[in-house]
Write a protein that binds this ligand. Structure first.
Ligand SMILES: N=CN[C@@H](CCC(=O)O)C(=O)O
Ligand SMILES: [Mn+2]
Ligand SMILES: [Mn+2]
Length: 321
């Protein structure tokens, strides 16, 4: 990529992209032929999207889950590689941040620094987790970037079966949104957080009470069946109306285990793929998307790459390519 050298704190260089090759030229174009191949710029007014891996098992391990999400970024890139491109926009692979052992906090700081640098480079960062501890680094990067613009209202939309508002002695994959809420509170800033897909049996009354006290808006998974897509879109449109910049975080365990078995905590009920996908298509055209992450992909638990393929389809739709 020409003309682009943001100050990234990556530990691993961009991956080598491979995939099916039907020939050269735009009519044959697939992700693996397109990533890192275009000059910087914003053709059609669309920002270049920058993929950034956060290879971390530390949050899920601390949260007593099933580890393996550190290999998520590579599996997601592999699933994206052969997808056909119909409406090209610049796509950059910025490489991976690696969390070694239990060094989560320093990894989250490097993630925040890199997200902030990508935003300063006028790109749309797409962070590939890692467990949901990724979210603390992602949001902190967004907050760093907009810190001096208090009039810009930041919102977090989490597609997840869980609130991830746990209180714990250290950050985990179950604490990121309480960690963020506390940081914002300390700065006197609003915490605008909405969740789509909450599973009532997977969140204790303590977590529902914490969500209530923090003013969190949410829809239960039972309110997100395929027939209720218009109401889900309405809920998100209402949330978007009150913010200027959106951080979208997708925890793949929001989806039914049939399409997303490769996660630490698969959903017994889940929000149907057509609802999550419809939501992504709407958000892609919202003009408010500033930051995306996709988390909890655990390739070791996946079945025939099903979860990675589902995640790749959602990323592809969000980027409108
Ligand atoms: N990021 C994951 N959060 C969930 C995991 C639940 C589980 O492991 O069963 C949580 O902490 O609630
Ligand atoms: Mn979850
Ligand atoms: Mn989560």
């Amino acid at each position: 990529m020409e003309n682009f050298e943001p100050q990234l704190a990556v530990d691993r260089a961009p991956a080598i992209w491979i995939g099916r090759n039907d020939g050269t030229g735009e009519q044959h174009l697939r992700w693996h032929q397109h990533v890192n191949s275009q000059p910087a710029g914003t053709p059609n007014g669309r920002r270049p999207a920058a993929l950034l891996g956060f290879a971390s098992d530390a949050g899920v391990l601390r949260n007593e889950g099933r580890v393996g999400a550190a290999r998520g970024p590579q599996a997601l890139r592999a699933a994206l590689g052969s997808l056909a491109i119909h409406e090209p926009r610049p796509l950059v692979d910025a490489g991976d941040i690696e969390v070694l052992g239990d060094e989560l906090e320093s990894g989250q700081e490097r993630l925040a620094q890199s997200v902030s640098a990508l935003l300063a480079g006028e790109m749309l960062p797409v962070v590939l987790g890692g467990g949901h501890e990724t979210a603390y680094g992602s949001f902190t990067g967004l907050f760093k970037h907009f810190r001096d613009e208090p009039e810009t209202r930041l919102g977090i939309l989490n597609l997840d079966g869980h609130f991830d508002l746990r209180s714990a002695p250290r950050r985990t994959s179950g604490t990121p949104f309480l960690d963020i809420a506390r940081d914002l509170q300390a700065e006197g800033r609003d915490f605008n957080y909405a969740v789509v897909g909450i599973s009532k049996p997977s969140n204790t009354p303590v977590l529902f009470e914490r969500a209530r006290s923090l003013g969190v808006r949410y829809l239960l998974d039972e309110q997100c069946t395929a027939g209720q897509l218009p109401a889900v879109l309405g809920f998100v449109e209402d949330f978007l109306a009150g913010i200027d910049k959106l951080y979208l975080t997708i925890d793949l365990d929001v989806l039914p285990a049939s399409v997303a078995p490769g996660v630490s905590a698969p959903a017994g009920f889940g929000v149907p793929l057509e609802v999550i996908h419809g939501l992504c298509a709407m958000l892609a055209g919202s003009g408010k998307l500033a930051l995306i992450d996709v988390v909890e992909l655990n390739p070791g638990l996946d079945i025939d790459g099903r979860t990675a393929r589902t995640a790749a389809r959602l990323v592809n739709t969000l980027l409108g390519v």
